[in-house]
Design a protein around this ligand. Structure first.
Ligand code: ATP
Ligand code: MG
Length: 618
């Protein structure tokens, strides 16, 4: 199903990647747990050192037995000491694992919180241009892979590093020349590890990206399932899915392949190292009198030496998916938020039952509002131009006045820009030029949440949340009482159908009101706006799906509601806009006619055409 939005999700991946920066940023999340991490660090040292010390104990024991000095008592004592050393190592490991899990989970929780908070602050533009599924994938897959890394990998890195350094030091101490063999092999091993890691890193990044895209696609098809069925696009949807799925597979193949060959490559190199060490060690024993206990311990170490390198390189899988995931999480966090409010932004507050402007100290521009703070909700658009994308102007030089309490209607053909006008008034998008003022206050100078609190909106696409009917209406004003909810429902003509539902107002709605008819959903959305005390009301095609009789009823209910509010109403049915104070006829983003119903009819222009055309149909 190719569409204009097909690849919009890709935009976020175009940025250059900076692993170091990602790691540093991740580390900043661990700062709060510095104390716990210090304990973990000590535990890791204890367990790593105990492993080293435990195996070093073998040297005196074997030498003792080889010398013929060994007795059962000597053996028992030595084994007991070794046992104690290993036990303390196990205890430390247990403690460290427990602490690390709690630290890791806290970081994940914080990340998810921040990510969610961020999504709440992103502009409508962001959601309009990204796949929902891809955004969700960042909350799930990407955060999960990060969790996997925090749980085990971090500790592995530290303990690996300690083991490598400790083992090598002990090797040097045990036999300098023999240690040189490993010393020669080391760069080879590191180089191999780095080579493979580099290759897999890019695959892991690609893998997370492909996963996000696949999720985006699934989400799109699942939500659009009915449309897919109506047009019998199952096969095409499947094809497209297979393309995404194939893409993911190929990236995963690469990622897993390079992730998996790391082990064998390192394993083979370590075997070579082991053999070389054994041969050279044997020669040293024979020619230089190197002790057997020393050789045993040394070959043990040389094995142990490659183990952490091995393990670390195996962990690369996790590290790279996690870093790729973290990058995607941070990419969202770095997205531009809705523009900040002006520093001295005004707000509107209720005082003695009326709305008043509240002007912050130091705001000179609107100081006069302090004398006369009454909020009347007069809306003025002055020469407003706007486009969703640069270079493509949608609204051109729109100028209009809505006096307090007036009802202004917008009519015009599909795509004329009616919804766009309303998107600007509550600042879903900011205008390119001109100005929008409420009571003479530029909306850019009004606190965004104060602005939105004062604009009740019935959006063109309805949305209901999972929950009861009562909750859904109350969403419009959380402190509304049950009586107020019912009153609003009556005003929106929703009461009678709600009472016919099995559990009335306590009926649980499925997500987006799937168990209601389209018209019923609209009625609930109107009730939600009706319950709000906002003095500005915007109705975008609010009654397009209800029958004409219900519409008449709503109109009657709404008349009272609109009486105290400045209302902007968009409707295709001209019968609903008839009694508006002024009607704006929009065409191609311009107001081509304006006036009241009678005047516009007399003008015999576009409105007349629209109106009579529709009347003929009716
Ligand atoms: N999010 C968006 N991004 C880019 N362009 C958009 C976006 N929303 C709308 N447009 C474009 O803006 C123009 C006006 O759209 P708008 O939704 O305002 O029309 P409308 O008058 O409300 O139409 P309708 O009667 O069908 O609801 C259209 O040409 C549309 O393609
Ligand atoms: Mg519209």
């Amino acid at each position: 199903m190719p569409g204009p939005g097909r690849y919009r999700g890709l935009r976020a991946f175009g940025k250059p990647k900076d692993t170091k920066k990602t790691v540093r940023r991740l580390a900043s999340y661990l700062k709060a747990d510095t104390g716990k991490l210090a304990i973990v660090f000590v535990c890791v040292i204890v367990s790593a050192v105990s492993a080293l010390a435990g195996s070093y104990m073998l040297r005196p024991v074997i030498n003792g037995i080889a010398d013929g000095r060994g007795s059962i008592a000597f053996l028992t004592r030595s084994v007991a000491v070794m046992g104690l050393i290993y036990l303390s190592g196990i205890a430390a490991q247990y403690l460290q694992a427990r602490i690390m899990v709690s630290v890791g989970q806290r970081v994940l929780q914080t990340l998810r919180d921040e990510l969610f908070l961020k999504t709440q602050r992103l502009s409508v533009r962001y959601f309009d241009s990204h796949y929902n599924g891809d955004i969700m994938s960042r909350f799930t897959n990407d955060v999960d892979t990060l969790g996997e890394m925090l749980n085990s990998t971090l500790v592995q890195i530290i303990s690996g590093a300690i083991s490598i350094v400790g083992t090598f030091s002990l090797m040097l101490y045990t036999n300098f020349w023999l240690a040189m063999v490993t010393f020669v092999m080391l760069p080879l091993m590191l180089k191999a590890a780095r080579g493979v890691a580099k290759k897999s890193r890019s695959y892991y990044r690609e893998q997370q990206r492909a996963l996000g895209e696949l999720n985006g696609y699934i989400e799109e098809i699942v939500t659009g399932q009915k449309v897919v069925k109506v047009f019998c696009h199952e096969d095409i949807a499947m094809e497209e899915f297979e393309r995404h799925n194939g893409e993911l597979k190929s990236k995963q193949l690469g990622a897993q392949f390079f992730g998996n060959i790391m082990g064998p490559v390192m394993g083979n190199l370590s075997q070579i190292n082991y053999t070389l060490t054994a041969v050279v060690g044997g020669i040293l024993c024979i020619l230089r009198g190197f002790d057997i206990g020393g050789l045993t311990v040394f070959v043990n170490y040389s094995r142990q030496f490659s183990r952490p390198i091995n393990e670390l390189s195996m962990q690369m899988n996790i590290i790279f998916s996690a870093l790729a995931g973290a990058e995607r999480v941070f990419a969202v966090m770095d997205e531009e938020e809705e523009a900040d409010d002006a520093p001295l932004a005004l707000s509107v507050r209720e005082q003695d039952g009326r709305n008043v402007w509240e002007v912050p100290e130091g705001n000179v521009k609107y100081a006069f509002k302090k004398e006369n703070p009454d909020f009347h909700a007069e809306i003025v658009l002055q020469d407003v131009s706007f486009g969703y994308v640069p270079g493509k102007t949608i609204l051109k030089h729109i100028t209009l006045y809505a006096k307090p309490g007036q009802k202004i209607a917008f009519v015009g053909s599909t795509g004329a820009g009616k919804t766009t006008v309303t998107n600007l008034i509550n600042r879903f998008y900011d205008i390119d030029s001109g100005s929008i003022t409420i009571d003479g206050v530029d909306i850019m100078d009004i606190k965004r949440d104060a602005l939105r609190r004062n604009v009740a909106m019935v959006l063109q696409d309805t949305h209901l949340f999972a929950g009861t009917v009562m909750d859904n209406i109350r969403y419009g004003r959380l402190d509304a009482s049950d009586e107020e909810v019912i009153h609003a429902a009556k005003m929106a003509s929703a009461h009678s159908f709600i009472m016919r539902l099995e559990h009335g107002y306590d009926t649980v709605l499925e997500e987006d009101g799937a168990n209601l008819s389209q018209g019923q959903r609209q009625l609930l959305n109107i009730a939600r706006a009706a319950i709000s005390k906002a003095p500005i009301l915007i109705l975008d095609e609010a009654t397009s799906s209800v029958d004409t009789r219900t519409e008449k009823q709503i109109e009657r209910g709404m008349d009272r509601l609109m009486a105290e509010r400045t209302t902007l109403v968009i409707a295709h049915r001209l019968s609903t806009v008839r009694n508006a104070n002024a009607i704006m006829v929009l065409e191609n983003g311009e107001i081509i006619e304006r006036g009241d119903h009678e005047a516009l009819l007399a003008q015999k222009g576009r409105y007349y055409e629209l109106y009579t055309g529709l009347s003929e149909l009716e």
